[in-house]
Design a protein around this ligand. Sequence first.
Ligand SMILES: Cc1cc2nc3c(=O)[nH]c(=O)nc-3n(C[C@H](O)[C@H](O)[C@H](O)COP(=O)(O)O)c2cc1C
Length: 350
Amino acid sequence: MSCAALGIDYPIIQAPMAGTATPALAAAVSNAGGLGSISIAAVQAEAGRQMIRETRAATSKPFNINVFCHRLSVADAAREQAWLAHLQPYFAEFGAAAPEAIRDIYCSFQEDEGQLQVLLEERPPIVSFHLGLPPQARIDALKSAGITLLASATTLEEGLLAQDAGIDIIVAQGIEAGGHRGGFDPAHDQGIGTLALVRVLVKHLSRPVIAAGGIMDGAGIAAAMNLGACAAQLGTAFILCPESAANEAYRRMLGSDRARVTQVTTAISGRPARGIVNRFMAEVGAPGHPAVPGFGIAYDAGKQLIAAAAKAGNAEFAAHWAGQGAALARTMPAAELVAVLQREYLAARG
Ligand SMILES: Cc1cc2nc3c(=O)[nH]c(=O)nc-3n(C[C@H](O)[C@H](O)[C@H](O)COP(=O)(O)O)c2cc1C
């Protein structure tokens, strides 16, 4: 099945990456014939509007705007205090005090009115959902506005729910993927790999499927297409592009031997996400740690610890999200990377 609804020349999607993918990156990818994406999940609605406008100003091609659709976290003062006590020695190491209280710092498109208004008013050509689906009325409203909809699925069950809700194309996100696991409920995560998941979704769904997770080059794109995917979505492969927002420490880490070891952790944000193993994952997330607060609440503490460490020149406490193919990451401008990926894909396809 084809991805014609996306209106792209090449079957290459640059993944939305909250905090890392910029309007400049997305526009460069779209202008080069792929599909560029940004996430507005980590910013307030009006800042998201500006990002959409910046992207639109830099490309006349289709682009994708991503929002998170997680169930809102429930505050639990005792759990949060125990977690802050767990983090305290690390804050102390950097001469900082742990925050006294933490709160959910992420919007969810499950209920955020501002995000809905912005999407309906700005009408980006494509919108994608991660970490769940929004209420049906929101899906219907976006579809009525002529927007093509994508949603991440990590199991067949989630793929079927997305299809039944009217999502146009399903993004099969395998366990190899960098960043947050897109599953609807982490308690039901089966850790399915990209190969098996793409194949299962292609066989059981009537909608086109995009493959995501561990794809770093044209050979990977060809493999995904052979499995029946209509396009491949690559995140980690685009982090080293100069147009991304990745800071120097992130670029150094991804370009080093450290990129050989990635792991899924909940310790940083409160939801499972894959990144390059560092002290945050290995020490804060070591077995036996206290219960991690909910998504967004844990990330409030995590981001403050990351900032304190960065201020002290320490890159071991960071969210260096990256997939299992991280050791294959290349440094080049986004347009060049899209051209290289397309050339490699055609060569691999034979
Ligand atoms: C740094 C980073 C941030 C990410 N942020 C998002 C996000 O905001 N929204 C989203 O839908 N997916 C996000 N993802 C997951 C990607 O959509 C995609 O599933 C993943 O990058 C594919 O695996 P790969 O990194 O091995 O290519 C992120 C991935 C990375 C590496």
